[in-house]
Design a protein around this ligand. Structure first.
Ligand SMILES: Cc1ncc(COP(=O)(O)O)c(C=O)c1O
Length: 360
């Protein structure tokens, strides 16, 4: 049965002045809008009780399973305001499908794709004044998520689960936009292992990446790049983004092996590159290929990509022992791909693949 999301309006919505103040310096995931969408699943009755209500704390018992066993998955997507004031999301059906792939891995119930899209569209439309204009690539970050919502410490999948969609005005994750970042490379720890949850967007993968991310910060880097630690023979991804290199004019990115996230930006960049006549390869990239390619100049550019980070150029890769500079950080191909993708998202370039979905 399709879910509806009847609205209980927030009796104390933020003032226009407060929203303008937040839009002037949104940061990332710091401020939340007036409303959220929620629904509740039980094993006996399936999904029920869809609603849009004021953004407010959940009532969580200390024994709630999610606090102990991290049975939770999420999505990350954005609403973009075009110059004519209309509001659009980017490939939301891909997020709906990926949420369900993640849910299946974590033994959480699937959300019907149409219900997912309706929840997102209706809460974004209600909080439309929170969508910043596109200046500085600002947008409204959309965070749909599912979590075990059962007061039970037994180790088994929860029998009651909550779905929610919350919204936060943001600027690109790396504050300086196209300013190249430094990447710390490690094979000492993994965010997810073979047969594990790497392809799922689940909370535990992120908690598992924090130690290595701290090592990156300690080494004066902005993010960590994981090398698969048992074989040490392939690049995986960053803590929260996919990685791409430009090698002899081709875009090369690690193949989807089950241990990395099937990024929607990754997929879109590969398509945009093909559309622009640039060759692409999805395959294993060994650390040696990366380091020797950077030294010889066969690898000219590198960038990370994801919804939060858009496309961020890489300036250097650091290991414990060495620093490998990228010959052309923010090079021609990186910037051309970035511009094309961002122009599609903000309605300034033709949407040849029908990726944009109008919300308002
Ligand atoms: C671990 C990880 N890899 C890659 C990505 C990129 O995925 P997407 O392009 O769908 O945002 C993300 C999310 O942004 C992520 O958290």
């Amino acid at each position: 049965m399709a879910l509806d999301f009847p609205v209980t309006p927030n009796p104390q919505p933020a003032s226009d002045e407060r929203i303008a103040e937040i839009h002037s310096k949104p940061g990332f995931g710091v401020n939340f809008t007036d409303h959220m969408a929620t629904a509740q699943w039980t094993k006996a009755d399936g999904w029920r009780d869809g609603k849009i209500e004021p953004y407010a704390p959940f009532q969580i018992q200390p024994g709630n399973a999610v606090l102990h066993y991290a049975q939770t998955v999420f999505e990350g997507m954005k609403a973009y305001r075009w110059a004519d004031g209309s509001i659009w999301s980017f490939r939301p059906d891909e997020n709906a499908r990926r949420l369900n792939r993640s849910a299946a891995r974590l033994m959480l119930p699937a959300v019907d794709e149409a219900d997912f899209l309706r929840a997102v569209d209706e809460v974004v439309a209600l909080d439309a004044r929170w969508v910043p204009d596109g200046e500085g690539e600002k947008s409204l970050y959309i965070r749909p998520f599912l979590f075990a919502d059962e007061n039970y410490l037994g180790v088994r999948a929860a029998q009651t689960v909550k779905f929610a969609v919350i919204l936060s005005p943001v600027e690109p994750y790396f504050e300086n936009g196209v300013k190249p970042v430094k990447i710390y490379v490690t094979a000492d720890s993994a965010r997810a292992g073979i047969g594990g949850t790497g392809y799922a967007k689940c909370g535990g993968n992120y908690a598992a990446s924090y130690l290595a991310t701290q090592e990156a910060y300690d080494a004066d880097c902005d993010q960590v790049l994981f090398i698969e630690p048992s074989s040490k023979d392939r690049l995986e991804e960053l803590g929260g983004m996919n990685i791409m290199i430009v090698e002899n004019g081709r875009i090369v990115t690690p193949a989807l092996t089950g241990t990395i996230l099937d990024g929607i930006t990754r997929k879109s960049v590969l398509q945009v590159a093909k559309d622009m006549g640039i060759e692409t390869e999805e395959r294993r990239i060994t650390p040696d290929e990366l380091y020797s390619g950077l030294e010889s100049g066969q690898i000219q550019e590198a960038f990370s990509c994801g919804t939060a980070a858009v496309i961020t150029p890489v300036e250097s890769f650091r290991t414990k022992d060495a620093v490998y500079e990228v010959p052309q950080p923010a090079g021609e191909l990186t910037l051309a791909l970035r511009e094309r993708l961002v122009d599609i998202q903000y309605g300034r370039a033709e949407d040849a693949h029908g990726w944009m979905h109008r919300i308002v």
